[in-house]
Design a protein around this ligand. Structure first.
Ligand code: SAH
Length: 348
C-alpha cells in the first residue's frame, strides 16, 4: 500500500503515524473519526486538532474523489456517479434506493482483466487497482452528497475484487469497523468471477460478508465460452471453493446467473445447473443479460427467465430475478465510464 495514503490506514497504523509525528496516539482516533465518520476532505475541517499537527499531516494527502458526472433515473431514483481519481482515471458507482435502505455498488479496479464476454467493463483491459481509500470514498462521497445513510454495499461494479485482494480486505475492515461508517459485514457483498485460491483465502478470514459467485453457466464448456477464467478453474474447483467458504463462515453463497438467449437459458441448462448445485446452501440471482453494443448477446425473454426460475424451484433451489434498476440511464456496468471516455477521446 501507498504509505502516505492516510484514508487507507486502519486505526493501529494511524496511531503509529501519530507517534512517528511526535504526537499523542489519541489523536489517531480524532483523525480517523473525521475521515471515516464525518467524511471530511481536508485537514482544515479537523477543528479539534492543533494547527502544528494539521501542518505535519499535510504531507499525507487525503484521497477524495471528484464527481465528473451524475445520471439520475426518472424511473426509480437510481443514481450513477462518474468519479475522477487524482491521476485522471475515471470510475463509476451506483446508488440504488430500496425500501430496506440505500445500497451502493462500487468499482474495485480501473478496468478489468478477466475478459468476460458480455461485460462492458473489461473491454479496455485493466488500468490499475483501486486503493482501499478509493473504494471507501465512492461510498463516502455518495453519502455526503445525498445526505442519506448508505446501509448496504455491493462490490459489483467495474473490476474483479479478488484480483485486488489486499486492498479489498483493508476496505472491508475499515468500512465495517467502529469509528467509521460501521456498516455490518452482513450488509456487504463481494462478487467474483471465481478466483479459486483467493476464495479459499477469503474463507480463512472468517468474515461475515456475502460472497456472490458469477456462475453464468451449467457446465465447463458453456462457462468457458462466456468467461475466460473458466479455462483456468473448473466448475468443480469453483463450487468446492464455495462449499469451503460456506463451511468456514456459515454464510450462504449467492450464485449470479446472467441469462443469454439461446446460450444458457434452456430447460436442459436449468436441469444441469440444479444437478451441480443441489444440496448447497445457496441462492441463485437470475440477471437477464444487459446487451452491450460491442457484442451480439441477446437478453432472454421474460418468459424464459420466469421458466428458468420455476425449474430451479422445482429442484428446491431458491431463485430471484434481479429487478432492473435505472434502466433509462446508461445500461450495464461500465457503460457510463465507457461512454464518457469515448466522449473525451473524441474531444481531444
Ligand atoms: N468481477 C466481478 C464483479 C463485477 S461484475 C464478477 O465477475 O462477479 C458484477 C456481475 O455483473 C457479475 O456477475 C457479472 O458477470 C455481471 N455482468 C457483467 N456484465 C453484465 C451484463 N452485460 N449483463 C448481465 N450481467 C453482467
Amino acid at each position: 500500500m501507498n504509505m502516505t495514503d492516510i484514508k487507507s490506514m486502519n486505526i493501529e497504523e494511524l496511531s503509529s503515524l501519530m507517534t512517528q509525528l511526535g504526537d499523542k496516539p489519541f489523536r489517531a482516533k480524532q483523525v480517523y473519526s473525521w475521515l471515516h465518520e464525518h467524511l471530511v476532505t481536508s485537514y482544515d475541517e479537523m477543528t479539534n486538532l492543533p494547527k502544528a499537527l494539521r501542518e505535519k499531516l499535510s504531507a499525507y494527502p487525503i484521497t477524495a474523489l471528484q464527481v465528473a458526472d451524475v445520471q439520475v433515473s426518472k424511473l426509480d431514483g437510481t443514481r450513477k456517479y462518474l468519479f475522477c481519481l487524482s491521476d485522471g482515471n475515471v470510475i463509476e458507482s451506483v446508488l440504488m434506493r430500496y425500501k430496506h435502505g440505500n445500497s451502493v455498488c462500487i468499482s474495485s479496479q480501473v478496468g478489468c482483466r478477466m475478459g468476460c464476454r458480455f461485460c462492458a467493463s473489461t473491454i479496455g483491459g485493466l488500468t490499475r487497482n483501486l486503493m482501499a481509500s478509493e473504494m471507501l470514498d465512492q461510498i463516502y462521497r455518495i453519502q455526503d452528497i445525498t445526505g442519506e445513510r448508505v446501509s448496504n454495499v455491493v462490490v459489483m461494479g467495474t473490476g474483479e475484487p479478488l484480483d485486488n485482494y489486499d486492498n479489498l480486505l483493508r476496505f472491508i475492515h475499515i468500512l465495517s469497523a467502529e469509528g467509521g461508517l460501521h456498516i455490518s459485514q452482513r450488509n456487504i457483498t463481494v462478487s467474483t468471477c471465481g478466483l479459486v485460491p483467493q476464495i479459499h483465502e477469503l474463507a480463512k478470514e472468517k468474515l461475515q460478508i456475502t460472497l456472490a459467485l458469477s456462475l453464468h453457466a451449467p457446465n465447463d464448456a458453456k462457462r468457458q465460452e462466456l468467461m475466460p477464467i473458466a479455462r483456468r478453474y473448473s466448475m468443480d474447483e469453483v463450487l468446492d471453493a464455495c462449499r469451503d467458504y460456506f463451511d468456514k463462515t456459515g454464510r450462504r453463497i449467492t450464485f449470479e446467473y446472467s441469462l443469454v438467449a439461446g446460450v444458457n437459458d434452456s430447460d436442459e441448462d436449468a436441469a444441469e445447473l440444479c444437478g451441480r448445485i443441489r444440496g448447497m446452501n445457496c441462492h441463485v440471482n437470475l440477471i437477464p443479460v444487459n446487451p452491450i453494443k460491442e457484442r451480439s448477446f441477446v437478453r432472454s425473454t421474460r418468459e424464459a427467465v420466469e421458466n428458468f426460475k420455476i425449474k430451479l424451484e422445482k429442484c428446491g433451489i431458491n431463485g430471484t430475478i434481479r429487478r432492473e434498476m435505472g434502466s433509462d440511464i446508461d445500461g450495464a456496468c461500465g457503460q457510463l465510464r465507457k461512454s464518457y471516455m469515448q466522449k473525451t477521446e473524441s474531444e481531444k
